[in-house]
Design a protein around this ligand. Structure first.
Ligand code: UD1
Length: 339
């Protein structure tokens, strides 16, 4: 069965391509290479023994999207990762974010309407919940006004899919709301490749430990949490990737309860920034240079998933720990710096 993965050379996309190929799917990857590199194909091939079919494609160019789907009218499903994801950048470049994340989604859905099989998995985010009133966060928690254009594109994306599913009966969609994806493939053949100064915690930790950054700033030490630092639900990217395969199989076998479903993907366990640092220090054997700094604007205090729906309905749960994720992120960092 042929599956299209858009943004398939990105961080979560590449790990999902691996898991799809491990399950025997034929994978077609498209990526515009704006935030990824062709070498990722070598990593995927090294792990799975299969080089996926690849086309460089910019989903913003509607005619190219049309031509692509015309050539690939035998797709059994689409997993749509292609999007921009830097929160700060989205505040400065809102229109770029709406074009990259919304136009492309619309074009893909328009072309999918011509396929026999219309199974679609969408990358959403726990950011749709904002600071939830109750923890852990269930799928019934209200969607809060977005803090950034990036967050808004995820909310609008879900709305677009919901509205389309109402009128397009053949279309079956699952939106997956990720908590904090971290780590790398245990083989260290693929991982996260942030361009410039990393905005996310774990790449900043590993780059500090390897000597690229001098010191990690822990954003806020006076939050109302046990150790004063923010709490997040860090999920190993390999567990996250496997959830996409399970969600796709649910659609392919027609087991979905409605044609638009959504699931939280997290571990269910909240960890503070200091706990994340401790985990890194434990698995790497290195002391991390960090200091407590001012709070970062837009950060919620605490967010972790209620995983019951994903566990029971999808039949998926995480298998890897925070320590596993930190160890894999560290192995990856050392590999890409040749250390
Ligand atoms: C961020 C985005 C979220 C997005 C996700 C994608 C914001 C406000 N949220 O989540 O919308 O879906 O990335 O990956 O940007 N931290 C430090 N020092 C650092 C970096 C981070 O202390 O140098 C702390 C943060 O304050 C936070 C935690 O580490 O408490 C995790 O931060 P980060 O990795 O950026 O993820 P989120 O902010 O949770």
């Amino acid at each position: 069965m042929k599956i299209l993965v858009t943004g398939g050379l990105g961080f979560i996309g590449s790990h999902t391509v691996v898991e799809l190929q491990n399950e025997g799917f034929e994978v077609v990857v498209i990526d515009d290479l704006s935030n990824s590199s062709l070498q990722v194909l070598d990593g995927i091939t090294a792990i799975t023994g299969v080089r996926p079919y690849f086309e460089k494609l910019d989903l913003k160019i509607k005619n190219d999207v049309k031509a692509f789907f015309k050539n690939h009218n035998d797709l059994a499903g689409v997993i749509h990762f292609a999007a921009s994801k830097a929160v700060g950048e989205s505040v400065n470049e809102p229109l770029m974010y709406y074009e990259n994340n919304i136009n492309t989604l619309v074009y893909v859905l328009q072309e999918m309407a011509n396929l026999d099989k219309q199974n679609f998995i969408f990358s959403s985010s726990c950011t749709v919940y904002g600071q939830a009133d109750e923890l852990p966060i269930t799928e019934n928690a209200p969607v809060k006004p977005a803090e950034s254009p990036y967050g808004n594109t995820k909310q609008i994306g879900e709305e677009i899919i919901k509205d389309t599913c109402k009128v397009q009966e053949k279309l079956n969609c699952i939106a997956l709301r990720y908590f904090n994806p971290i780590g790398a493939h245990p083989s260290a053949e693929i991982g996260e490749l942030p361009i410039g100064v990393p905005q996310n915690l774990v790449p900043f930790i590993t780059q500090t430990a390897i000597g690229i950054r001098e010191q990690l700033s822990v954003f806020g030490g006076d939050y109302p949490t046990p150790d004063g630092t923010c709490i997040r639900d860090y999920i190993h990217v390999v567990d996250l990737a496997k959830a996409h395969v399970v969600a796709l199989q649910r659609l392919l076998s027609g087991k979905n309860d409605s044609n638009f479903e959504f699931f939280n993907l997290g571990t269910g366990k909240g960890s503070s920034v200091l706990e994340a640092i401790q985990s890194f220090e434990k698995v790497s054997g290195k002391k991390l240079n960090y200091k407590i700094a001012d709070r970062r604007e837009g950060d919620v205090i605490s967010a972790y998933a209620d995983t019951n729906k994903a566990n029971e309905v999808l039949g998926w749960k995480t298998e890897l720990t925070l320590d596993d994720a930190m160890a894999s992120a560290w192995k990856w960092e050392k590999k890409i710096r040749n250390k």
